[in-house]
Design a binder for this molecule. Structure first.
Ligand SMILES: NC(=O)c1ccc[n+]([C@@H]2O[C@H](COP(=O)([O-])OP(=O)(O)OC[C@H]3O[C@@H](n4cnc5c(N)ncnc54)[C@H](O)[C@@H]3O)[C@@H](O)[C@H]2O)c1
Ligand SMILES: [Zn+2]
Length: 404
């Protein structure tokens, strides 16, 4: 018997309605390994064939140019790997190399070319697209794959700190369009994620440091013990010590995964994005800089600004605010950019438009995550613009004086 929708039942003239409810379960492994493409390493084989180990699987590979430059043999390594496991794997064609970095998300012609390639290679819903690269390429190629046949299987192989500890293990993809960051995109959980720590060794220091912003973020709002660990190992992390970097990536990825699985809103139907501490300003600063500031660098500045704001409004103690800013500096971040001071004709900080844009992207009530304690975030629904301007001034004076 059809169930009337509750809202409709209360109407004076109810219409006939059938309430539909669908539950779809997603599960995917996040695998940690090294030397992914050595034929004896079966991580990739198992990731691709994890649901049907008995059949042969077709797959294509997309590689970030930044990675391919440093590992020019990678396309052949994939070919050798597929050949070694030829009874279970079939590489459909030569791996395709695409630019890495934000430029790949800014050019919809590249998106279309990739969709065309997937079409020409007859990629179907039982085939896999293996994407090897940083967060930007994963986002763009992931979106292409999500739109082909309404979504084909994606194996993400993140190659940066940020993509291994945050973006690559999550459920989203996107490209920038119409002047807006991440305007076109979808929620599309991957088929599997493989974090090969060896990629981190070739990463330029700037990108390695930038990715740690997400670790500070998730520690600051969720996990005091991890925050304390980051403080204790800041020097080693800044220097790129292997054991510390691996632990940081793994713990950060775990915290993101736990949030996605347990916080109750993996596809962000609500107006809140509880993990996006520092992100309203970060997204605006990235765009204002013409993407010269990377996502992680902008997140660090965004967190520092929101920390100054939280201290100024009495939400957070000066001592705790100071600890957060100092940790970011010890990890190698610069917490100031002149972009923070840019103003429109009416004297208003351009950055503050980022608050409205953040709200518009999520819809509904403005919801920003701030800190009330180290290890504990809190959602607020308004930000005092005059106080934010004061926060910018505070940040300008430089740290540690700012919050000390
Ligand atoms: N989908 C999500 O949930 C989500 C979350 C956070 C961030 N992001 C997005 O991620 C992007 C940032 O990603 P990122 O920080 O990984 O940087 P990136 O993808 O922009 O890569 C930075 C640079 O490093 C190069 N590179 C990648 N791996 C390398 C390696 N192992 N060795 C040498 N060079 C390498 C790239 O070619 C590029 O030039 C942004 O577009 C951001 O919006 C997405
Ligand atoms: Zn982020």
């Amino acid at each position: 018997m059809p169930v009337l929708d509750h809202a409709l039942q209360t109407d004076s003239a109810p219409c006939d309605a059938v309430h539909q409810k669908i539950t779809v379960t997603f599960d995917y492994p996040v695998l940690f390994t090294r030397k992914l493409l050595e034929p004896a390493n079966t991580t990739l084989l198992h990731a691709i064939s994890r649901n049907e180990p008995q059949r042969r699987h077709r797959f294509v590979v997309v590689i970030d140019q930044g990675v391919a430059k440093l590992r020019p043999d990678m396309a052949e390594e994939f070919e050798r790997y597929a050949d070694h496991h030829r009874h279970q794997l079939q590489l459909a064609t030569t791996p395709r190399i695409l630019p890495g970095g934000e430029s790949v998300k800014n050019n919809t012609a590249m998106l279309e070319a990739l969709q065309q390639w997937l079409h020409d290679e007859h990629i179907d819903r039982q085939s896999c697209v293996v994407i090897v690269g940083g967060g930007a390429l994963l986002d763009m190629a992931g979106f292409a794959a999500a739109t082909v046949h309404r979504g084909v299987r994606v194996i993400r192989v993140p190659t940066t700190v940020l993509s291994q500890n945050d973006s690559g293990v999550g459920v989203k993809n996107a490209v920038n369009a119409f002047g807006s960051k991440n305007f076109l995109g979808s929620f599309a959980p991957p088929y599997a994620v493989i974090n090969d720590y060896d990629f981190i060794a070739t990463l330029p220091m700037r990108d390695r440091i930038a990715g740690m912003a997400e670790a500070v973020k998730v520690a600051a709002i969720r996990d005091l013990a991890f925050f304390n660990w980051l403080q204790a190992h800041a020097t080693a992390l800044r220097l790129g010590e292997e054991a510390e970097c691996q632990y940081m990536i793994r713990r950060c990825a775990e915290l993101h995964l736990a949030h996605i699985a347990q916080a109750g809103d993996p596809f962000e139907f609500g107006s809140a994005r509880p993990l996006d501490f520092g992100h309203w300003a970060a997204h605006k600063l990235e765009a204002m800089s013409g993407y010269q500031l990377s996502h992680g660098e902008a997140v660090a500045i965004g967190m520092a600004l929101d920390t100054c704001y939280a201290v100024l409004t009495g939400l957070l103690t000066m001592g705790e605010g100071s600890q957060l800013c100092r940790l970011l500096e010890q990890l190698g971040f610069t917490l100031w950019t002149p972009l923070l001071e840019l103003k429109d004709e009416s004297g208003r900080h351009l950055l503050l438009n980022g608050l409205d844009e953040f709200q518009e992207h999520l819809g509904g009530e403005l919801t920003v995550t701030l800190l009330q304690k180290l290890g504990q975030g809190i959602e607020v629904h308004q930000m005092d613009k005059a106080m934010l301007a004061a926060g910018i001034q505070w940040l300008r004076q430089g740290l540690p004086e700012t919050c000390a």
